[in-house]
Design a protein around this ligand. Structure first.
Ligand SMILES: Nc1ncnc2c1ncn2[C@@H]1O[C@H](COP(=O)(O)OP(=O)(O)OP(=O)(O)O)[C@@H](O)[C@H]1O
Ligand SMILES: [Mg+2]
Length: 338
């Protein structure tokens, strides 16, 4: 199970052709998602996230490149084979996409009806699924009688009906309040852990990535800017788009006109920053300006980052950098245009 790819995307381009124009929604995407991961894809509106996730089950056909699911190149399948392959890939959406004229049970049955599952097996599977999403008492109600969070639970049950090995989630919590968001994310984590389903989460919110994902790809302007372990990207964002996402407040700091270098210090979770900064200030006998501080919990470990402005005096600033290099923290210079 370790590091076995389930989704591989190679050289994928997607160009939408409209009457008067062409839009390049994705450009040379290469991505590997391993079995059992919760993989996040984050980016700004219009970056190409939905297009990418819809290419993963060929709801959109790539203009160029390949999508392999479980080693099978989706581009080589005929319509019937593609339908079969899609039973292995569940999907949920921001707007739930339930059928309003069908009860909860009938919504969940829908993909099984298409797959030709017999009635008795459908009923049995609905029992199991309602248990998983904790909605056993809502079997016979209509979607209009449910809250947003409950609707998304029905959509999750429906997506799991054909026992897929992948669940794609396109902004699945974006229409929900923070508390409901957390409950849905916890459910997705449970599903990943208990059923071993690989989950792909599309979002524009860093907090969603932090809360549930182990891996993340940042998509910016139709391309992957950076990808890797969430903890690694959080601690060492390399590209400007990663830095913007990891540290949006830090980005708004007004450096205007202030002399002296500013540095970002990242604490790996074992250390806490107050004692380090405190002893540095004592050691170097000069104050620093703390411009931003934040702690995040990623995969159960606390990560802290702080942006401080060093004294204008270069020899004191140098002494501080030297002091920090002897501590268990990572330090990098930041500038106003980061
Ligand atoms: N069916 C379509 N026809 C033409 N252009 C499209 C189509 N779907 C998406 N696009 C364009 O492709 C680009 C990427 O869109 P996409 O929906 O993938 O972005 P997104 O990252 O999901 O954005 P959001 O966060 O707003 O959902 C945008 O410029 C969009 O206008
Ligand atoms: Mg989208």
């Amino acid at each position: 199970m370790e590091n076995q790819p389930i989704i591989e995307i190679r050289g994928l381009d997607k160009i939408y052709k409209t009457k008067n124009a062409e839009v390049q929604a994705l450009r040379d995407i290469n991505l590997t998602i391993d079995k059992g991961e919760i993989y996040g894809i984050i980016g700004l509106s219009g970056a190409g996230k939905s297009t990418l996730v819809r290419c993963m089950n060929f709801l959109e056909r790539p203009t160029a490149g390949h999508v392999f699911v479980d080693g099978v190149d989706l581009g080589t399948l005929n319509t019937r084979e593609l339908g079969k392959a899609r039973q292995n890939i569940g999907m949920i959406f921001q707007q739930f996409n339930l059928m309003m004229q069908r009860t909860v049970e009938k919504n969940i049955c829908f993909p099984m009806e298409i797959a030709g599952v017999d009635k008795a097996s459908q009923k049995k599977r609905v029992d199991e699924l309602l248990e998983i999403v904790d909605l056993s008492d809502k079997r016979d109600v209509y979607p209009s009688q449910l809250s947003g969070g409950q609707k998304q639970r029905v959509a999750i049950a429906r997506a799991l009906a054909t026992s897929p090995s992948v669940l794609l989630c396109d902004e699945a919590t974006s229409a929900l309040d923070p508390k409901t968001t957390r409950a849905i994310l916890t459910l997705l984590k449970d599903i990943n852990r208990k059923l071993g389903i690989t989950i792909v989460i599309i979002t524009h919110e860093m907090s969603v990535i932090e809360e549930v994902c182990s891996q993340v790809a940042i998509i910016d302007n139709s391309q992957i800017a950076e990808s890797g372990r969430v903890a690694e990207i959080f601690a060492h964002p390399k590209t400007a788009s990663a830095q913007r996402l990891v540290n949006p407040e830090g980005n708004k700091i007004d450096f205007g006109g202030r002399p002296g270098k500013s540095i970002r210090i990242v604490f790996d979770g074992n250390s806490s920053y107050e004692p380090v900064i405190g002893s540095m200030v004592l050691h170097c006998k000069a104050p620093v300006n703390i411009m931003f501080a934040d702690t995040k919990n990623i995969e159960g470990r606390a990560y802290g980052q702080m942006i401080i402005q060093l004294p204008e005096d270069e020899s004191t600033a140098g002494k501080m950098l030297e002091y920090l290099s002897g501590q268990n923290v990572s330090v990098e210079e930041v500038s106003a245009d980061d």
